[in-house]
Design a protein around this ligand. Structure first.
Ligand SMILES: Cc1cc2nc3c(=O)[nH]c(=O)nc-3n(C[C@H](O)[C@H](O)[C@H](O)COP(=O)(O)O)c2cc1C
Length: 274
């Protein structure tokens, strides 16, 4: 599958066929995960977990015997780095015919953290089931998808801006970048909040996070930054597929932005005309 197809066909899968995955396929995913990079160069250690042997409970998921989870030391940009790496794994899984769901909240977190053998100070941002999607979604899955309107995304013009936040960007104006931005639009996010807002400049695209209430923990850990990492990943992979390259920068362009948004990163676009 090409990357646009993988992104378009990915969805969170919460109902699985109940059959164990072969060791070969599990090893393949783990090998890919351990090689997945992130623009911040932060190390993440991935493990496969066994639901029965490790007594794991994730009530929104049915029929999955295996989970994959990553752990890392907290650091500036750890959330974005995790989201970026996680999404590459989720898209790789799509190509193998497997389903995943990024899960940050709806699981027995202490049991998963025990199974991951977290070391001093380490965090385990999210976990994901890994398996063959069931032929039919469970009733709970159908209800959950309805609850967060999982099949819809905000319109293009609400997410992307032309040089500054005062000017929404239309698909027509986006030119060669429109397809890449569309792949960002389709990204998954916690509670489907889609916090990414992108300002497209002449040679750089600036990523901002529109913060929703209740997503940042008392210690500053912000789950919506995982969403931002996923959006950055879709952008970089989409650009690469069009023969371009995203060059990351953390240099804040100092643009005027709404009070509830914060600068996350810039991507200089090489090779694709905006
Ligand atoms: C960072 C993050 C955390 C998430 N946490 C959960 C979770 O705890 N439980 C859950 O069922 N889904 C979780 N999701 C899945 C989202 O609800 C889902 O991606 C969104 O509704 C869009 O649906 P889609 O992935 O099928 O496109 C999470 C997604 C992300 C990106």
């Amino acid at each position: 599958m090409n990357i646009a197809e993988s992104i378009r066909s990915r969805r969170s899968v919460r109902s699985f066929d109940g059959k164990p995955l072969s060791n070969e396929i599990k090893e393949q995913v783990l090998h890919f995960a351990n090689g997945a990079d992130n623009p911040y160069g932060l190390p993440i250690r991935w493990r496969l977990l066994d639901v029965k042997a490790q007594n794991l409970n994730c009530p929104v998921i049915t029929g999955a015997e295996t989970f994959i989870a990553g752990k890392m030391q907290p650091a500036p940009h750890a959330e974005e780095a995790f989201g970026y790496a996680f999404e590459q794994i989720a898209l790789y899984a799509v190509d193998l015919g497997l389903g995943t769901t990024c899960i940050a909240g709806t699981m027995d977190r202490p049991a998963f953290e025990r199974a991951m053998e977290l070391e001093e100070g380490e965090v385990m941002p999210c976990v994901s089931p890994l398996g063959i999607p069931a032929a039919k979604m469970s009733l709970r899955e159908t209800m959950m998808r309805k609850g967060v309107k999982a099949d819809s995304r905000l319109p293009f013009e609400e997410l992307f801006f032309d040089g500054g936040f005062d000017k929404p960007l239309s698909k027509d104006r986006a030119g060669g970048l429109a397809e890449v931005l569309e792949l960002v639009r389709l990204a998954p996010s916690a509670v489907n909040k889609q916090p990414w807002r992108l300002v497209v400049g002449p040679d750089t695209v600036y990523f901002y996070e529109k913060k929703s209430k209740g997503f940042t923990a008392a210690n500053g850990w912000d789950i919506q930054k995982v969403d931002m990492g996923i959006a950055l990943c879709h952008f970089a992979l989409g650009l690469e597929a069009k023969g371009g390259k995203a060059v990351f920068t953390l240099e804040d362009p100092g643009l005027t932005h709404p009070g509830d948004t914060a600068f996350i990163a810039g991507c200089r676009i090489d090779g694709v005309d905006a």
